[in-house]
Design a protein around this ligand. Structure first.
Ligand code: FAD
Length: 397
């Protein structure tokens, strides 16, 4: 518990500011938007962001003090409604945006603006640098044409972060530029994609002669790959790097279902205990990584965390369905819904199906193993024949 710890001066400052926030904006009588706005103004949105942009310029590990105090006081945890905005778009805008673009951070944090991330295309997923969406300059504007796919929450988003091909004569990583897109602008069309859970949490997005002012270009022309790296590294920490209380989340669901349906089978009990230990190892590893994390773009710990979380979640839900036996095969509702946020539900069967996506979204497990092999273990890399070739000369299907 934060309250019983001896705090250093910086921790004490964060704790005091959070106490002030809670007493000046009591959660029970303050609207969520007002509370989150005040939290942003106090520098407690993302404490590692600079002052004036929702932070205090201190270590990201101090965010835990804010989260625990607000949770204890019954205040809002805004990120659940805007996971792509909080986890990926905000760090990208902060790192690569102009001062005018950084003005968008406050309404992002209050969830007045939901954000989405438009990177993947039908022909560019793991190898997203091979993307084909066209960005052509026209005076003070850019004209974008092409298709994005698997765009989570695009249907409720006000803004989207998009990467597009601005120079097909350059090699694939170099000819990409990033933009912030107003999702209500003419030429932006969002179409639902239904998943096996019945829901359409993600979408196809078509840009047809969509005009984007140059003032909404993120970073320099041709620096889109750097924006992508910032976004993807933060995405992996955001998806896999959570440090929930011990024994909570999917592993709690497994233990509950084992207690209710396990029939004391010692082999199954051994499997439950093994997965519980793995969940705890992941949790402790994530705590250690968050303690070591510096201000700036996260490093390979995000790839580890995301890989471990994805594979563990699938194993947990596989075992849950095994324990449930024939009942595990029932799926109560296949109703078509367009969710307003992308979170695990309380429906075990839905969670089993949704867990399949964990090892695809934010980088597949195979690709993360490649990254760990190359960047952490120093193993020989994939053979990349197209790295130095102009993008337009690389064969595409
Ligand atoms: C639930 C969900 C939400 C998503 N949300 C978003 C979003 O909001 N925005 C967005 O831009 N994208 C989003 N995505 C897309 C996601 O980033 C891609 O699906 C992912 O990067 C994989 O790309 P792909 O589907 O094209 O598969 P491919 O890249 O075609 O991969 C197919 C298979 O080949 C394997 N493979 C590919 N390359 C290699 C390699 N070099 N070595 C070994 N194996 C390899 C893969 O592991 C996989 O098994 C989402 C996906 C899901 C499932």
């Amino acid at each position: 518990m934060v309250n019983s710890e001896i705090l250093d001066p910086e921790e004490q400052r964060v704790a005091n500011l959070t106490d002030d926030l809670i007493s000046s904006h009591p959660p029970e009588s303050t609207s969520e938007v007002d509370f989150l706005g005040a939290q942003f103004d106090a520098g407690l949105a993302w404490v590692h962001f600079p002052e004036g942009h929702g932070g205090l310029g201190v270590s990201p590990k101090l965010q835990r003090i804010v989260i625990e105090k607000i949770r204890t006081a019954g205040g809002p945890t805004g990120g659940a409604k805007n996971p792509i905005g909080y986890g990926m778009c905000a760090p990208a805008v902060l790192t690569h945006g102009t001062e005018e673009q950084k003005e968008l951070l406050r309404p992002l944090f209050t969830n007045e603006h939901i954000w989405c991330q438009m990177f993947s295309e039908p022909g560019a997923g793991s190898d997203v640098a091979s993307l084909a969406m066209k960005a052509e300059r026209d005076g003070d504007e850019w004209i974008l044409n092409g298709q994005k796919v698997w765009t989570t929450l695009a249907h409720i988003s006000s803004y989207g972060l998009v990467i597009a091909r601005s120079d097909p004569d350059m090699p694939k990583h170099k000819g990409i530029t990033a933009f912030i897109v107003d999702m209500s602008a003419p030429g932006v069309e969002v179409r639902p994609l239904r998943q096996m859970t019945g829901e359409a949490e993600f979408n196809e997005v078509y840009l047809t002669d969509a005009r984007i002012p140059d003032s909404m270009r993120l970073d320099e022309v041709g620096r889109g790959w750097a924006v992508s790296i910032t976004t993807l590294m933060n995405e992996r920490v955001s998806i896999g790097g959570a440090t929930p209380p011990r024994g909570s989340g999917p592993i709690a669901e497994l233990v509950r279902i084992w207690n209710e349906n396990g029939n004391g089978n010692p082999v199954t009990r051994d499997k439950v205990a093994t997965l519980w230990a793995q969940a705890e190892v992941n949790r402790l590893t994530n705590i250690r990584a968050s303690q070591l994390r510096k201000v700036g773009t996260p490093g390979p710990e995000g790839s580890f965390a995301k890989l471990a979380m994805a594979e563990l979640n699938k194993a947990i839900y596989d075992l849950i369905i095994d324990i449930l036996g024939a009942e595990g095969m029932l799926f109560s509702t296949y109703e078509f819904v367009r969710p307003t946020h992308a979170l695990f539900s309380h429906d075990t069967h839905k969670n089993f199906l949704r867990a399949r996506a964990n090892s695809i979204e934010g980088g597949t497990s195979e690709v993360l193993r490649n990254i760990i092999g190359e960047r952490v273990l120093g193993l020989p890399g994939d053979i990349r024949t197209d790295k130095a070739v102009p993008w337009k000369e690389v064969p595409r299907n």
